[in-house]
Design a protein around this ligand. Structure first.
Ligand SMILES: [Zn+2]
Length: 131
């Protein structure tokens, strides 16, 4: 029988309270997006019927907008999953460029950040874009 006071089994359970909060936020964002995609699928089915041609055009524009938003959500979902998998592997908060710590303030502002500010600036600098 396991004691209730047993030590955390792995790194993921030893997260600081700040990281736990970020993880919680990510999980909430994820379920929000998943709920939205379910709505999206429902809308896809119900939007098939358009009364006339004008309606069809309007419907089409609306559908395109919804699809664009949906694609953006899918992208966020991928990034959220990536961040969550880093929690499991214990590499969350580590810069993908230089492997330094990204920094709690930056993570709290941008939980999906995978580069530290220095690496991000380097990546976004115009000189780099020209290379
Ligand atoms: Zn870095």
């Amino acid at each position: 029988m396991k004691s209730a006071e047993s030590k955390p089994a792995n790194k993921a359970e030893m997260l600081s309270s700040e990281l736990q909060l970020i993880k919680k936020t990510l999980l909430e964002q994820k379920s929000e997006i998943l709920n939205k995609s379910q709505d999206f699928k429902k809308n896809q089915i119900s939007s098939v019927k358009a009364a006339d041609e004008v309606d069809a055009v309007v419907q089409n524009l609306q559908d395109n907008l919804v699809i664009q938003l949906h694609e953006r959500d899918q992208m966020s979902l991928l990034l959220i999953d990536k961040a969550l998998s880093k929690f499991s592997s214990g590499t969350y908060g580590q810069c993908e460029g230089c492997e330094d710590e990204i920094g709690m303030k930056r993570l709290q502002a941008r939980p999906l950040a995978c580069l530290c500010i220095a690496c991000m600036e380097e990546q976004e600098s115009p000189r780099n874009l020209l290379q």
